[in-house]
Design a protein around this ligand. Sequence first.
Ligand code: CAA
Length: 401
Amino acid sequence: MVDFTLTDEQKDLRELAHSFAEKEVRPVAWKLDKEGTWPGEIIEKAWEIGLLNTHIEEAYGGPGLDYLTGTIIEEEFGWGCSGVGTSLACNGLATAPIALGGSEETKKRYLGMLTEEPKLASFCLTEPDAGSDVSGMKTTAVRKGDEYVINGSKCFITNGSHASYYTVYAKTDKDAGHKGISAFVVDRDLDGVTVDKKEDKLGQRASNTATISFNDVVIPAANLLAEENHGFKLAMMTLDRTRPGVAAMAVGIARAAFEFATGYSKERVQFGVPIAMHQAIQFMIADMATKIEAARLMTWKSAVLLDQGQRNTLVSSHAKRFAADTAMEVTTDAVQVYGGYGFIKDYPVEKLMRDAKIMQLYEGTSQIQRLVIAREVLMPRRDPDPAPSAPVVQETAGVVA
Ligand code: CAA
């Protein structure tokens, strides 16, 4: 049975997230964008009312919400301002590898840290020469007794300047390609950790994007996530879990642009009638509505599969790709509906068009999503669904369990 009825709890949380986006985010969103200001106070408020760390299990102080509810909340964040939304959602990306591959002690310490105080964590995968090609990373982690020594540099790290710790991917076997990558938790205040560069971006200018360098950083071996050399799969399993949220944020951006465009089309008069009466505009509005509806359905499906304990790689990439492209197309058309005014910063939609662009880039470009989709369609893997809360990632005959 397919049932699109939300539970009362999901409706309440959607209302809470919408009201937060409307009252706390929207009034300052365009100012934050203009000034490139990071929304620290908004993040604290979200933490206070329980809109941060929504997937952290109750055992570690979180609400342990399911993935579908997470996407419903993230759509509202995207509707409010996706720059702020990305800042709010970032802990989810950083903590997923801990939830999947951390020991009980690591989970208590690092997941608990975020639920006890309004602290942040960042996910450090990308490097200057290793973006789409994760296996090309150069950061190394060398085991020395009960410790690892980490050296390297990670770029485009969301909340990087403000995180208390990082989940870092590094080569533990330089010659083994993706089978030589491991994942670690690295505390921010350790010697050798530096925040090097804050990016000045086209869109999502409220979010913080930094370069983080690790220079002979010594961490306890206990901070290894999953087994040594299983970090690549941990990263892929993490992205399977977070791409539905990115897709939801893209739906939120598109919905915001759609609302602005429809509102404006009913007010703007040309040739003696509101432009909404012209078929040229009506067809654009109709296509926007259809794409948003389809993107949301794919997004929800990708989350529901996770909630059912099924592998969602294919649908997650469908959702992320389609929703990101939808956000780009709908915001571009919203600017078109506004005409010349859409191009001017006094009007709201040019920001949304700039914000939408990153949805086609981060957490896997639209081209990488197509690559995943093509592989899943043409050469489907036969492995069973991974256990979402497995304490370690184990390899059994090519199976991620
Ligand atoms: N779940 C479990 N295992 C998976 C998997 C998944 N979803 N996807 C792949 N694997 C396994 C494969 O089965 C394979 O296993 P075996 O070794 O047993 O054969 C192994 O991982 C290697 O897989 P591939 O051969 O497919 O690896 P690849 O090198 O060709 O890369 C890729 C595949 C899809 C291109 C991948 O590298 C990828 O997703 N790249 C994009 C990276 C990305 O999204 N970066 C975003 C960074 S985060 C960010 O942007 C947030 C921010 O803060 C800005």
